[in-house]
Design a protein around this ligand. Structure first.
Ligand code: G6P
Length: 360
């Protein structure tokens, strides 16, 4: 490819740093001269007409889909199901009367997702693809496409496509809400702008995050991520990043579910990364941290300004509660990056993985 790393040692680090600029680019691309959301009218109509949205994706894009469900349900009041493509493909659930399929795919070439697209087209259902590659298979074969504008993503571990997917999903959700005449206090462009600034501030804190990776993940075999509500979904993505590039066995769990099994795995020194960016669960996730600490865990809390407490290892700037995932994922990406680096792993090309998986 013609894409260069420039002064960066790895594409992954470059792509992590590009995220605030990608968000600002998305704000520009999805705005018209009157500062209104610019969107294909057919997409607006399809969103308005459906009675349920089925999000289909794989890997990191699936994790973005979990947050897309939050945006669409909370803002646009449409029920959303999120499915792993390879599961949906062989075990299709009962569909609603007027489903709309939303494919999320950085590459637009994932075979598992394509297999679902082929099946739902045969059933006559409409499809919208969110992709970073407009001419890709999933884009061409769907009825509608929304472009992620993240620029080429080279590192196998996805970073900027994930935050771009969430930004575009938030804009889509707000557009639908407005098209349905719902009153919203949430201004997506303004809030995304604030999030972009927060992301940029965090990419300047690499030394601190490298130190956390050194302190918490030096020779560990495993690592757990806990969170509640949207923090749980970001924890899933954080754990995927860490396992993909550092080969540390990492798992994300819902804070409240720990006591139903997983807590049995906690030993002296087990690293547990907890996210605390949501006011309504701040008290309960901190309770979960105390539970794992009492069993010897080495816990690291990443919280948000305004909700932070003494002893939190890392505090992200304050952003709108719906958009914390775009910001809280940055320290997780960087901690994973440095953990992999410290283990001499091939960060951009981890073993056994491919950037885009074109076989089922
Ligand atoms: C591969 C990549 C992942 C990616 C997944 C889905 O497994 O290694 O990083 O999240 O495919 O890719 P897509 O292009 O559909 O988003």
């Amino acid at each position: 490819t013609d894409i260069e790393k420039g002064t960066y040692p790895h594409f992954m680090l470059k792509e992590i740093d590009e995220q605030p600029f990608v968000i600002r680019k998305i704000i520009q691309e999805y705005k018209n001269e009157n500062d209104e959301i610019k969107l294909d009218l057919d997409i607006r109509q399809a969103m308005k007409n459906c009675d349920r949205i089925y999000i289909i994706a794989a890997g990191t894009s699936y994790h973005a889909g979990l947050l897309g469900k939050q945006f669409i349900e909370k803002l646009a009041n449409i029920p959303v199901e999120v499915h792993v493509a390879s599961e949906f493909s062989y075990n299709m659930p009962l569909l609603s009367e007027k489903p709309l399929f939303l494919f999320i795919s950085q590459s637009g070439e994932t075979a598992d997702s394509r297999s679902v697209l082929v099946q739902i087209k045969e059933l006559g259902h409409p499809a919208l693809t969110l992709t970073n590659v407009p001419g890709s298979t999933l884009s061409r074969e769907a009825n509608y496409t929304m472009h992620l504008h993240a620029g080429p993503e080279i590192a196998v571990a996805s970073t900027k496509a994930y935050t771009a997917q969430m930004a575009v999903l938030a804009i889509l959700a707000v557009d639908t809400a407005r098209a349905k005449g719902l009153e919203l206090e949430f201004d997506p462009m303004q809030e995304l702008g604030i999030a972009a600034n927060a992301m940029e501030a965090l990419t300047d804190q690499k030394e601190e995050l490298e130190e956390l990776a050194r302190e918490y993940l030096p020779t560990t075999r495993n690592c757990f991520f806990i969170g509640r509500s949207v923090d749980h979904y970001v924890g899933l993505e954080g754990s995927l990043k860490l396992k993909e590039i550092s080969y540390i066995q990492a798992e994300g769990f819902a804070g409240g579910e720990l006591k139903h099994g997983t807590i049995a795995l906690i030993e002296d020194g087990t690293p547990v990364i907890a996210l605390a960016t949501q006011e309504n669960v701040n008290y309960s996730i901190r309770g979960n941290v105390q539970e794992v600490e009492a069993r010897g865990a080495n816990s690291l809390i990443i919280s948000m300004k305004g909700l932070d407490k003494e002893g939190d290892a890392f505090v992200i700037p304050h952003v709108h509660h719906l958009l914390t995932p775009l910001v809280s994922v940055i320290p997780l990406q960087l901690i994973s990056y440095y953990a992999a680096l410290h283990r001499d792993c091939d960060v951009d090309k981890p073993r056994n993985l491919a950037k885009s998986v074109t076989v089922e």
